[in-house]
Ligand binder design. Structure first.
Ligand code: SAM
Ligand code: DTB
Ligand code: SF4
Length: 364
């Protein structure tokens, strides 16, 4: 059985990433089979509960208010809207709902209370609930845990060095601190990143060093291929080559043997054969639903046809960990602290972010 190591070096990871493809596939598939059922793939449905208008400058993100994209902002969804979507996802074979909000960080108040209600509601549908709401304090993570949250998604996105080339409104340490806050609760950690942002292979390895050093390692790791959205600073990036995706998935599988590795953004650019290679190389989760947060994703029916042709079965909820209990708001042990944490704002200059902000929307 492959051991979980927390001391991977960048050099070791680069050696794995650069192995001849057939050796890499074989090595990753072997570990995958030791740790997971290779014919079971988790299906997680994304739901954008609060879209657009975000204060951050993440160079990849169509929801950053300062860039000129086609994304229309929305207020926070109601609990009933979320419940209806979750039920639809469950009927479509999904075992997890991941709710995303275009926030820099969680703020105590009525909107967060509403999100806590959404968590309670979905957990009661016997689905795994995940949230991705930006930075959280330990108290906020505890309140999410109490409501029945199964996972919290907070991506490192790239290496610490390359992160500075993409985002200036927060620092890498803020991300690590949030993951730490989640770890203090019984909520599982979902953390991964994006390839295709112009980073080099050393940066991909650097991100995997950071993820593998976390102890425990994240329970799930999304590998996103950049969706280059018009108006964002990264709009001109070339689509990720399928071989890069396969190498990244396989390397992730080897350094994070127990983690669920998720094919995330970018699947519309991947053929069925390409995705099958990723599943062979150790991916065992997908984001399903016709939309990711704001950009297209393959049709659910197409995904189910792919599962059928590959003999894959959707993973049942709570196969990796028992269902958390939901505590009702009136019985909560934790009160809102109304903290104002000092998440950093490095605000260094990123030329392409400034250019995208200044450009304005091109008239088509
Ligand atoms: N606002 C919260 C945050 O940034 O943590 C949560 C939502 S944010 C949209 C979640 C993740 O989506 C990001 O960390 C990034 O990895 C991914 N993402 C956003 N835009 C993307 C794009 N254009 N292509 C690929 N992944 C993207
Ligand atoms: C993750 O790693 N990828 C998802 C989820 N976590 C929240 C989001 C992908 C977003 C892609 C761009 C969009 O649709 O806005
Ligand atoms: Fe905001 Fe998250 Fe998008 Fe960054 S990735 S701009 S924090 S929604």
């Amino acid at each position: 059985m492959s051991e979980v190591r927390h001391n991977w070096t960048k050099e070791e990871i680069l050696e794995i990433y650069n192995r001849p493809m057939m050796d890499l596939l074989y090595d990753a598939a072997k570990i995958h089979r030791e740790q997971h059922d290779p014919n079971v793939v988790q299906v997680s449905t994304l739901l954008s509960i609060k879209t657009g208008g975000c204060s951050e400058d993440c160079g990849y993100c169509p929801q950053a208010a300062r860039y000129h994209t086609d994304v229309e902002g929305n207020d926070l969804m109601t609990v009933n809207q979320v419940k209806a979507q979750a039920l639809r996802a469950k009927e479509g074979g999904s075992s997890r709902v991941c709710m995303g909000a275009a926030w820099r960080n969680v703020k105590d108040g009525p909107e967060f209370d509403q999100v806590l209600d959404m968590v309670r509601t979905i957990n009661k549908l016997d689905m795994e609930v995940c949230c991705t709401l930006g930075m959280v304090t330990e108290n906020q993570a505890q309140r999410l845990a109490e409501a029945g949250l199964y996972a919290y998604n907070h991506n490192l996105d790239s290496s610490e060095e390359y992160y500075k080339e993409v985002i200036s409104t927060r620092g890498y340490q803020d991300r690590l601190d949030t993951i730490d806050n989640v770890r203090k609760t019984n909520v599982t950690v979902c953390s991964g990143g994006i390839i295709g942002m112009g980073e080099n292979i050393e940066d991909r390895a650097g991100m995997l060093v950071a993820l593998s050093t976390l102890n425990p390692q994240p329970e799930s790791t999304p590998i996103n291929a950049l969706v280059a959205v018009e108006g964002t600073p990264l709009e001109d990036q070339k689509p990720v080559e399928i071989w890069d995706m396969i190498r990244m998935v396989a390397t992730t599988r080897i350094v994070l043997p127990e983690t669920q590795v998720r094919l995330s953004a970018g699947r519309t650019q991947m053929s069925r054969e390409g995705q099958a290679m990723c599943f062979f190389a150790g991916a065992n989760s997908i984001f399903a639903g016709d939309k990711l947060l704001t950009t297209p994703n393959p049709d659910v029916d197409e995904d189910m046809k792919m599962f059928k042709s590959l003999g894959l079965n959707p993973q049942k909820p709570f196969t990796k960990k028992v269902q958390p209990q939901t505590v009702e708001a009136k019985d909560s042990q934790f009160e809102a602290l109304g903290e104002k944490p000092k998440w950093t704002r490095p605000e260094h200059k990123i030329d392409r972010n400034e250019a995208a902000k200044a450009k304005g929307k091109l008239v088509k």
